[in-house]
Ligand binder design. Structure first.
Ligand code: MRU
Length: 352
């Protein structure tokens, strides 16, 4: 599906994690080696690895890296070290719930298996991290297949707008929003993707347009402030984006700017789909107002990619995510099926 599939987003090799340094794309496709939890924390924080499901997979391997560094002689002591590593990795980024979901899953395995000899417990943790990665790939494939059914086969071009990068780079493989696109494209549907640039860190221009071009999918890049006009010109038939956390009522946090796209889409009568695996739902939160929104360094706006584009000490507000209310969402595409006009009851039923 992806031509670059020989370079996985991240993988476990020689007792370390090899990952694409996404901050360097599209200029350089460079693989970095992450060998301890502090390096993993930093890789997540600086967005070398990013996208909710990919962060979850990376964090799970980060716990393994911590366990392997531990000199504990008993399962009980190793458990303490594992919890410490997991709690530390949890401080890297606050919004994507997949991070906490994966860390909790690793902690739960450690608790359940603490009676094992330390070597066996470390191996068990590695198996769990591998399982998280493999399940993510399977979920992404299923999301793609479920979502592709929403894309009609027709003569005229079907325009799909996406925001940020919810592709293979943001997951173990395939992606969520882009899985829908890859799957529809594989079914020979006549699609054209419009990729929002996605300021300030340009995941849309740097990553999505690069990834889609690698796969041969027709893609047109636009600046974020062009989407209203492109919608009015009738070029967009559907919006599909990913999510970092979905509350129990269907409110969905995703990259800053998604909410604006959804408001514009409602005005233009265009359906908005969120594509996300079940690991992105946080049913402990009643609605989106409780989702923690990461605020990032102002220099990402003042001096994007090293060039001063504003007075160097201008005040900046830089929330990395926003929340799209459930009433603007036409459907949530999950690996289990599509939740149309999401409500608390429908979400609970689908995830049961
Ligand atoms: O700050 P990022 O690049 O990690 O933000 C990523 C997004 O907002 C994605 O759309 C989301 O994580 C879904 S990825 C399948």
């Amino acid at each position: 599906m992806q031509k670059n599939k020989t370079v996985p987003t991240l993988e476990w090799k020689n007792n370390a994690v090899r990952m694409i340094d996404q901050t360097l794309l599209p200029e350089k496709l460079k693989v970095i080696v992450v060998g301890d939890p502090a390096e993993m924390w930093r890789a997540i924080k600086r967005l070398a690895v990013r996208g909710a499901p990919a962060i979850g997979c990376a964090a799970a391997y980060g716990v393994v890296l911590g366990a392997n560094k531990s000199t504990a002689k008993t399962g009980a002591v190793l458990l303490k070290d594992i919890n410490k590593t997991a709690d530390y990795l949890a401080t890297s980024r606050p919004t994507a719930v997949n991070l906490f979901w994966a860390l909790e899953r690793m902690k739960a395995v450690a608790v359940a298996e603490k009676g094992l000899p330390v070597v066996a417990l470390k191996k068990r943790l590695l198996d769990e991290a591998h399982a998280i990665l493999a399940e993510d790939t399977a979920m992404c494939r299923a999301i793609g297949d479920n979502g592709a059914k929403l894309v009609p086969k027709r003569k005229g071009v079907f325009g799909i707008l996406t925001h940020c990068n919810a592709g293979g780079l943001a997951t173990s493989a395939y992606g969520t929003a882009l899985a829908v696109i890859y799957s529809a494209f594989a079914q020979k549907k006549n699609i054209r993707v419009f990729a929002d640039e996605t300021r300030p860190l340009c995941q849309g221009s740097r990553l999505t347009s690069w990834e889609l071009m690698q796969a041969g999918v027709p893609v047109t890049l636009i600046c974020d402030n062009m989407s209203a006009q492109v919608m009015r010109e009738g070029k967009i038939d559907m919006i599909v984006v990913g999510a970092d956390r979905i509350a129990a009522n269907g409110d969905a946090a995703n990259k800053i700017g998604t909410y604006g796209v959804a408001v514009l889409a409602r005005h233009h009568g265009i359906p908005v789909y969120i594509a996300a695996p079940s690991s992105t739902f946080d049913l402990s939160l009643a609605d989106g107002s409780q989702i923690p929104i990461e605020e990032r360094d102002g220099d990402e706006i003042r001096r994007g990619f090293g060039k001063l584009t504003a007075p160097k000490d201008v005040a900046v507000y830089n929330p990395a995510f926003d929340v799209t209310p459930a009433n603007l969402i036409t459907g949530i595409i999950t690996e289990r099926g599509v939740i149309s006009a999401p409500t608390k009851a429908k979400i609970a039923r689908m995830l049961k």
